[in-house]
Design a protein around this ligand. Sequence first.
Ligand code: AMP
Ligand code: MG
Length: 336
Amino acid sequence: MILAVIRLWAIMLFAAMTVSCGLGASDKITKVSQIAMGTLVEVSAVGPPSQTKPAIEEAFNELKRVEALTSFHKDSGLTQINNWAGKADAKADQELIDLIDVSIKFAQLSEGAFDPTIGPIARLWNFSGNDGPRLPGSQEIEATLPLVGWKLIQTDTQNKTVSLPEQDMALDLGAIAKGYALDRAAEKMKSMGVKSALINAGGDIVAFGVKAPGKPWRIGIQDPRNPNGMIAVAEINDRAVVTSGDYERFFIQDDKRYHHILDPKTGQPAYGLQSVTIVAPDGVTADALSTAVFVLGKEKGLALVESFPEVYSLVIDSQGSIAMSKGAENIFDLKH
Ligand code: AMP
Ligand code: MG
């Protein structure tokens, strides 16, 4: 139901729109919105439209290219690896192998709170499938948990293969691929000469340059229990801002909220936090850490964030209380 509403909203906004506004030609902002990676993506770029328009088009192409590499549901480079699980080593593009290696690094650093082998458990809950989520039985979950374990993944850069040793194991890069796609799209725009842009994929953002001289990009952080409310604002340039929240994909049954961020140790949704926002130098780090911190919880999660240079976090716990990592008070301007 909730997913259907979100989808309808997205479709209504689909009509790709281009808005140009601003002062001189060099600080005009061109905005284009399209559906990509299953969400509404808005790209804003500052500069003469003759430069920004083709760059924005290429940014969307880049998002679609990364989706074709990493999608869990559509036929992709990733599903080809998953199809060979338990059978043989699967051939994969170097780019995908690199992203899997980065995922393994975050799994290691988070002690398995972020785990790209969550696929079989994610399939049981089906939060990202087209036919809607379901509540799996505890026996199903217990029987599936042995298929989750990032240490089982083997990547081979020389032979360009990835191996998942057990049948029905499956990689799910849903917690990192969007951040990666945003990074690639931003790089593409920079390579085409754009000095300043913001890419917003359903609230997950990568921005570079400034909106106007002396004006950084301003990002609103959503109140997890009020879709129209803002809890904080972050002013950024050359940064990614990614949020993982229990309000993004969820259902409520018998007064209990079940959502899409899963604890790889239990196979159940991770409880304790409502949302985690990460500000980091790049989208991959922000995306992987937002999920890892959500699963780790406030204390362990913020400690992990503080082990990274230039990474900051704001978390909201199940009571609605806000906590931040060291230095984050300089990034987030709280609204209350
Ligand atoms: P995010 O919204 O970035 O936190 O990513 C959530 C998505 O990543 C889910 O829809 C799943 O596909 C996948 N996922 C869920 N739990 C985990 C986890 N603990 N580690 C890695 N990926 C996960
Ligand atoms: Mg994430």
